[in-house]
Write a protein that binds this ligand. Structure first.
Ligand code: HEM
Length: 470
């Protein structure tokens, strides 16, 4: 019949146009340049090379919040540089990550989990990777929603977050031209919608049912519910009167910000902890030196290595710096050249719209900046070593170069650096104090090859044999 023929033609046309569009998409993608020179990186990110502009915008984000809402449900990472970004970022750094607010949550669960695996498993061999990620996620979940969330729900949230991270790379294509690519890559979009629906079902009841107990510091969601942000559309309407309108965050933004907090706070830190422990397994001499430093600083009957001791453990700090230098767990920092930015590379102005990518491992493994850059050698960060004085905050005393920036640099630098360093110090110190970490032979031997996806993780998850020290 006529209608059948019309439907068949329509299907054929759709298939043809989607094939054409699939070919077109790579061509439509924005131009990219890579910067791995440490002097150029400094000039661009912290040295004010982008005169006239701030050079603090990013290309369209592939995180779920941004893709699903066509860039309206912003979280901190994907918000354009401006007043909304500033308000959300300031809330995180001043209300949650302010040093006076930070506290460590017991690591008892992680130690108990490792001990249980040790005694029930195969000759003391444990899958440390999973325990580490679960512990990190639990910690971020407590900071996000407060204590007392049901353990099964925390596990479901951790699994959903993992699913989301697994599909991030495939989402990049959806972030470029969401209206078109969302049609072509229907299945990817459908999966994303489903994952976001699950997150809404888990997070929103926790957010709205939250009751703070007396004396309890605010959880992240408490600060988000209270937060007022500039209403940029309202601003535009009222431009003449120059009165700044404020608004509350939408449900979409609340879910997006929680997802960001849990994901950004868990994945790169859990991956970094695995890399560090893996290197300590490969280098028993370094592990032993670290254990001796900890043992000398902490009373034998102390329950744990507490926060007050961490700052005094110089070798511990060197081990963590070296771990992050050798294996920065976020592979790339992104910027996008905006019309106001004046970005010059190799004497040529970089056109507006270009995405500028800073590959972090190339930068921190540069053999013109480090001796034997592929070696795990914490001593380089000790007094008199080549890395003495190198700081994560590239603007401070870095003599016009960035030799490493695992937390990025400039205005968009990671706001979680302080808390991440505290968590890493706390976990590494306590895990080395509790157990000797020994390499397993065969299939479970430590493999230091990376898998580079949205994060830079160990290709083969870390398995070890643990020997209790206490
Ligand atoms: C070892 C752990 C971590 C590493 C290696 C890491 C690394 C990074 C890097 C490289 C960036 C991009 C910076 C840039 O573009 O210059 C970033 C951004 C960000 N990180 Fe982290 N991060 C870690 C932990 C955390 C934690 C604990 C949080 C807390 C929730 C967090 C939240 C964020 C946010 C919100 C941004 C976006 C900042 C913005 O666009 O203004 N990160 N992180």
């Amino acid at each position: 019949s006529l209608t059948h023929k019309a439907a068949a033609y329509a299907r054929l046309a759709a298939v043809k146009s989607s094939a054409v569009l699939k070919k077109l998409i790579p061509k439509l993608r924005q131009p990219e340049v890579y910067v791995s020179d440490r002097f150029a990186a400094h000039r661009l990110l912290v040295g004010g090379a982008a005169t006239g502009g701030a050079f603090s915008d990013k290309p369209p984000s592939s995180v779920a919040s941004a893709v699903l809402s066509r860039h309206r449900h912003y979280n901190i990472n994907s918000a354009p540089y401006g007043s909304l970004w500033r308000a959300m970022r300031r809330n995180l750094t001043a209300e949650i990550f302010h040093p006076s607010r930070l506290r460590l949550f017991a690591l008892g669960d992680l130690v108990a989990d490792l001990e249980r695996q040790c005694s029930s498993g195969d000759d003391g061999v444990v899958l440390a990777a999973e325990s580490i990620r679960a512990a990190m996620f639990g910690l971020m979940s407590t900071m996000c929603f407060g204590g007392g969330v049901d353990g099964e729900l925390v596990k479901a949230m951790a699994d959903a977050q993992d699913d989301l991270v697994q599909c991030f790379l495939g989402l990049r294509v959806l972030s470029t031209f969401p209206a078109i690519t969302g049609l072509i890559f229907r299945n990817r979009r459908r999966k994303l919608v489903e994952l976001r629906r699950q997150q809404e079902e888990m997070y929103l009841p926790l957010i709205y049912a939250r009751r703070r107990h007396d004396g309890e510091p605010p959880a992240y969601v408490d600060t988000l519910v209270d937060l007022s942000v500039p209403d940029e559309h309202g601003d535009r309407r009222r431009n003449k009167r120059r009165r700044r309108q404020q608004r509350k965050l939408t449900d979409g933004e609340l879910v997006g910000l929680c997802s960001e907090f849990l994901g950004a706070g868990t994945e790169p830190a859990a991956a970094a902890l695995q890399w560090i422990m893996a290197n300590l397994v490969k280098r028993p001499d370094v592990q032993h030196a670290l254990w001796k430093e900890i043992d000398a600083a902490v009373a034998a009957d102390a329950d744990e290595v507490g926060e007050e001791v961490l700052g005094r453990l110089d070798y511990l700090n060197a081990v963590i710096m070296e771990g992050l230098r050798l294996n920065p767990t976020v592979p790339v920092a992104f910027r996008q050249v905006m019309a106001d930015d004046h970005v010059v590379l190799d004497g040529r102005r970089v056109p507006t719209g270009t995405a500028v990518l800073f590959p972090l491992a190339r930068l921190s493994r540069d053999k013109t900046a480090w001796a034997d850059p592929l070696e795990f050698r914490p001593e380089r960060f000790m007094a008199g070593g080549e890395g003495e004085g190198v700081s994560f905050v590239a603007a401070a005393g870095s003599a016009g170069e960035i030799r490493m920036m695992p937390f990025g640099a400039g205005r968009r630098m990671c706001p979680g650096m302080g808390v991440a360093m505290l968590h890493l110090g706390y976990f590494v110190a306590n895990l080395v104090r509790e157990f000797e970490w020994v390499e397993v032979e065969g299939d479970h031997a430590v493999d230091l090859r990376p898998h580079v996806g949205f994060f830079r993780v160990m290709e083969r998850p870390l398995h070890v044999r643990l020997v209790c020290r206490r």
